[in-house]
Design a protein around this ligand. Sequence first.
Ligand SMILES: Cc1cc2nc3c(=O)[nH]c(=O)nc-3n(C[C@H](O)[C@H](O)[C@H](O)COP(=O)(O)OP(=O)(O)OC[C@H]3O[C@@H](n4cnc5c(N)ncnc54)[C@H](O)[C@@H]3O)c2cc1C
Length: 389
Amino acid sequence: MSDLASLGFGREVFRPDHEEFRRTARRFFQHEVEPNVRQWEDDGHFPAELFREAGKYGLLCAGIPEEYGGMGGDVLHHLVMHEEQAYSLAGASLEGGLATDSVAYTLLLAGTEEQKREWLPRFATGDVISEVAISEPAAGSDVQGTKTHAKRDGDDFVINGQKMWLTNGPIMTMFLLIARTDDGTSEKPSFSMFIVPVEGARGLTVGKRMEMMPKSCGGLSEVFFDDVRVPASSLVGGVEGAGLSAGFKTLALGRMVVAARALAAAELGLALTTDYVKQRQAFGQRVIDFQNTQFELASVKTELTVGRAYLDSLYRKMLDSEVDATESAIAKLWCTEAEGRALDRCLQLFGGFGFSDEYPISKMYALARGHRIQVGTSEIMRLLIARSL
Ligand SMILES: Cc1cc2nc3c(=O)[nH]c(=O)nc-3n(C[C@H](O)[C@H](O)[C@H](O)COP(=O)(O)OP(=O)(O)OC[C@H]3O[C@@H](n4cnc5c(N)ncnc54)[C@H](O)[C@@H]3O)c2cc1C
């Protein structure tokens, strides 16, 4: 197997069924995504149909129990799917891509039995495209500053406010909303989580796709609420005031997902750059033959190898217990910062082509910048880690 083809395979933490799942996911990205991605970039977004196609391949909700329509696998199947997006040559163009499983996990862990039976099977088929709506224009890291409000009115809640940065916002069909449910004056605010379907929701406006740093076919949106009514049955877990604990149940997993994507993307960057410098000539020799190139790539390989050892040790732990807030913060901080350093060095070795759209490295570099911000910034990761000291 070439360096590129072997990426992700042969790691001790994975069983044969994970490796088989990886082969299926790789086929999906190679056959269904890579040939179409340029067209989707021109269209401005990948089609919602991609989720249904992924559902047919059995890639969605792989870690969700079969009784809820999932594959009955485990959390490593979920992480393999995210790694495979990052290992794909078109992965950076999809941005958040098939990032809907984390929402399914939130419902699995925090939803009522009725909510799980109603929604989870539709996640698995790709009919539901979803995200968790937490961030607002004036409240991102500081979730306590959330202004969006849901007020009880008989059997309904009436929602007003604004959310921002919703991954796959332009094509989402429902989302989990964190909103304040106290009277808005309390010093200790109370938050609840709601299931909000997009179609037919009066007063709900999904803003236009926000242009982001990488040219991509993914997309993020703002969402505006103007007296949006949802039934009380859409309260996740059926409990008012439990919104943040519902969100926190899968926050560590969300950070592991970003760490997994970041490290895999950096490994792909290293493999692509190694191939490139072996064939590129300058001053009558291959670029790999300059000692500077060898030292740069040796440094990248060292950082990624150390990151891989830590990340895979957490993967192993996740098979029979949970990673905690500190461990997932360390993984996200290390992997996303190492990815940034690695892809910067790799792009440099591509010279001018690195800055162009001719090779995937420029989009990978731009997407990597977002990894240090989403699901909690590097600074917030450091705060979490410092709390354990
Ligand atoms: C690609 C991408 C996808 C996203 N997807 C989603 C999504 O699907 N749903 C969603 O709800 N949100 C999403 N987000 C939003 C993301 O979670 C927020 O951008 C992030 O939490 C930071 O919040 P902010 O942008 O408001 O920055 P701010 O909180 O305003 O932070 C600004 C700066 O101040 C620093 N800072 C803040 N507080 C502290 C502190 N206490 N100590 C030290 N420094 C501090 C931050 O680290 C940062 O550098 C996404 C963002 C990106 C980039």
